[in-house]
Design a protein around this ligand. Structure first.
Ligand SMILES: C[S@@+](CC[C@H](N)C(=O)[O-])C[C@H]1O[C@@H](n2cnc3c(N)ncnc32)[C@H](O)[C@@H]1O
Length: 270
């Protein structure tokens, strides 16, 4: 089990800014269910996903948190002032470096792909984004967004009309993949019947676990407002909960009194 002190430190004890410092004094208290509760207008939690009891855990979390410096971003999400996708983008910014290779596992309308391209492409023309979607429509939308937003992006991105469970078939062997990003659910403005499904999402997460390098991240935004969304959340949580705590830091940000709000989940490989 994770220790109580780690649970707290994972949230607020790393060089907190003024907002976080005062919050930790005035608004936060710890409860045994591993949840941080805010006592003012918003009820929410930042919750490391409970590890499976069969997995060895450690009390020596000596390495710096990969989330250090993001405390204010997390707090503003929990208070309803920032969108889940913005939080994900800010975490990516923290982890991804120029020249990296990354995967957008659900490229949809292309906003995440565009964000990723801006993060990875460097002056020496390195950096690469694999963008995947099962819908041709989505790939067309991504393609036209990139075309109108970035000059000569083609060298740095490839779009694949493929299920993300098959990502290993398209990503070059020996690629050092820093980030695999999932933005689950259906295509906004598209067919709401075409959604990510628990079974293939799980296979895709397993593939991502195999290919993400140390110091890399699996980022997932989960939507629970559509049929199958809650089941998919459970699948993602169960997957994350069994990850080895020595190698992975897994957490989710969830607002308890906004049951339908999107849930960012981050699986960071130490
Ligand atoms: C919420 S949207 C993604 C939004 C997108 N990231 C953006 O920035 O606009 C979810 C996307 O996942 C795609 N999708 C559903 N199942 C998939 C699968 N098995 N593999 C890859 N993409 C899938 C859908 O077609 C849809 O475009």
């Amino acid at each position: 089990m994770l220790s109580l002190s780690y649970r707290f430190s994972s949230f607020a004890a790393y060089t907190p800014g003024p907002t976080t410092r005062s919050l930790s004094r005035r608004l936060l208290f710890l409860v045994p269910s591993q949840t941080l509760i805010f006592t003012n207008h918003s009820l929410c939690c930042l919750k490391p996903i409970k590890p499976n009891n069969n997995i060895r855990s450690s009390s020596s979390f000596s390495k710096d948190s990969p989330f250090s410096g993001l405390e204010d971003v997390f707090v503003s999400f929990l208070f309803g002032n920032r969108k889940a996708t913005d939080v994900a983008h800010m975490v990516w910014k923290h982890v991804v470096q120029k020249g990296d290779t990354v995967i957008d596992a659900t490229c949809g309308n292309g906003f995440d792909t565009l964000e990723l391209l801006n993060l990875v492409v460097d002056d020496s023309h390195n950096g690469y984004v694999y963008a995947l979607d099962i819908q041709k429509d989505a790939l067309a939308k991504t393609s036209s967004l990139l075309e109108e937003s970035i000059n000569s992006y083609q060298k740095h991105v490839e779009l694949f009309n493929i299920c993300h469970s098959k990502m290993e078939e398209v990503v070059q062997r020996n690629s050092s993949v820093r980030l695999v990003a999932f933005n689950l659910g259906y295509l906004p403005g598209g067919d709401k019947e075409i959604i990510t499904r628990s079974e293939t999402t799980l296979q895709a997460l397993e593939a991502a676990e195999r290919i993400v390098i140390p110091g890399g991240l699996i980022s997932i935004v989960v939507y629970v407002g559509h049929p199958g969304g809650r089941e998919e959340l459970e699948t993602v949580e169960t997957f994350a909960a069994r990850m080895c705590v020595e190698n992975w830091i897994c957490c989710k940000l969830q607002m308890l009194n906004r049951a339908g709000a999107p849930i960012p989940i981050f699986l960071f490989r130490r």
